[in-house]
Ligand binder design. Structure first.
Ligand code: ADP
Length: 246
């Protein structure tokens, strides 16, 4: 694993693409807490954390189950907003934005890769990759060209017409990464992207993600130390706090 000092200085000094300042996220425990002996009606999933992520960085997020990884990813992706503190995504603070404005902010700036791929089963790999461009109002010919280029980049030139069910797990995840990249987002966020894959296939996926962190940030939450070893730095969480960031 590279330490902070080994990250090129151009990356450390550039404006962060995502930034959290003193961010706290609490959830309500719900009515059950009254009956289950819980003294607190809320759970603090993240507790006043601050993080900056710069263009070109490949960053891991680690920590035991329940430590706040998914909560942090959701905040960084603009899928959620903090209870307290500030999250800035591509220069825009997410708190106070309507759900519609946050959806637009995500559409324009964020690509998301999930553990379970979430490809549409009834359409081809190329149509899956092209889909986010429909919402961007991109014409059919350009959508086709961009999807083709990205599928070539993830080494799936000979699988473009296949439906997800005709592809292996690793191939489906590469289609999902191509789909996340097709809008040329500032940041790609991946939640346990190798969780469904065998070791060798997982390594290929991490290589593709690492190569994607050229002029954008790529953030990967993972339990797998072999995945985390490939990143520029790892933000380690425990009980909603950062215990290591380097
Ligand atoms: P991780 O991804 O590291 O497993 P999470 O971010 O999912 O951690 O969860 C952090 C804490 O917040 C846990 O205690 C979890 O039970 C709690 N939590 C997460 N989501 C919710 C929710 N929607 N409602 C109530 N508690 C939640």
């Amino acid at each position: 694993m590279a330490d902070a000092a080994s990250i090129p200085s151009s990356k450390r000094t550039s404006t962060p693409v995502v930034s959290c300042r003193e961010v706290t996220r609490q959830y309500s425990r719900g009515a059950d807490s009254l009956f289950s002996g819980q003294s607190q009606p809320t759970v603090t999933a993240l507790d006043a954390i601050s993080v900056d992520i710069h263009p070109g960085e490949f960053v891991g997020i680690a920590g035991p189950s329940g430590s706040g990884k998914s909560t942090l990813l959701h905040l960084l992706a603009g899928l959620d907003t903090p209870t307290n503190g500030h999250v800035t995504l591509s220069g825009t603070e997410t708190t106070g934005l309507s759900e519609q404005r946050r959806a637009r902010l995500r559409l324009e700036n964020v690509g998301i890769v999930f553990q379970h791929f979430y490809l549409l089963p009834s359409i081809s790999a190329r149509s899956n990759v092209a889909l986010p461009l429909v919402e961007h109002g991109v014409g059919k010919r350009t959508r086709w060209e961009k999807a083709t280029g990205l599928l070539e980049r993830v080494d799936l030139a000979d699988r473009m017409g296949h439906k997800p069910g005709e592809l292996s797990g690793g191939e489906q995840q590469r289609v999902a990464i191509a789909r996340a990249l097709v809008t040329d987002p500032d940041v790609v966020i991946a939640d346990e992207p190798t969780g469904e894959l065998d070791t060798a296939t997982g390594e290929q996926i991490i290589e593709v993600l690492s190569e994607s962190a050229d002029d954008r940030a790529v953030i990967v939450a993972s339990h797998d130390e072999r995945v985390l070893e490939q990143t520029d730095r790892v933000i380690r969480l425990r009980d909603g706090q950062i215990v290591n960031n380097g």
